[in-house]
Design a protein around this ligand. Sequence first.
Ligand SMILES: [Zn+2]
Length: 257
Amino acid sequence: MAKFLDVRNKIYAVGIDIGGTHITAGLVSKNGKILKKKSVKIKKDLNAVIIQIKNLVKDVSSGYEILGVGIGCPGPLDSEKGVIKFAPNLGWRNIHLKKIVQSQLKKKIEIENDAKCFALGEIWKGEGMGIKNFVLLTLGTGVGGAIVINGKLYKGCGSAGEIGHMVIDVNGPKCSCGRRGCLEEFVSERGIVRLAKKKLKEKGIKIPKKISPEKIEISAKKGCPVAKEVWAETANNLKIGLANIINIFDPEKIILS
Ligand SMILES: [Zn+2]
């Protein structure tokens, strides 16, 4: 188990979320309150991302003494060694992120998979409070997952919980992980947008330039039949994934975010 930054006994720490489209930093108090927050669009190049992290930490912690920095990253990683094994949505493989950021910031750094960080937050202050067994899914650029058993993260040999890469259709679209039909390819942002484009094309309707799950949701609520179809099909695919999770873990709760 990783040695997470325990802000409960100290004053402040910085949390960084490396997402598929943005990097977000927050200054957190020992009570878990976010005092400052800043988000920037993520750059493609790793070196540029390191500079972005450095600048964000400086910005949000300006005037505060911080215990260290906790970084949440997508994909399977080795939190002990601080190495990102594979982040398909960012194109990163075997990146020694902890070492690199530590050398830049000269602060204590811990890294963990982003969905697992989310689950730790839910155990501490959120929907996971007082819940012994739950499964968490993050739906966004990709689909992250975390499994909590007896109040603790279950990590298997290191990276258990990659629920987004559970295959729900062997003939489905190719996933960034190399396989076909992973849950992520159906219920992530790109999966939903792909389905919407396919349906619009089939019906001979012009595909709008900017199309996003948020816009599809608004259209569905307004009664647009194509958007409603996309939403229903996405919900159905998510249901297949959730049913598999329930069959394997029988959790008290499944947290979707
Ligand atoms: Zn996959």
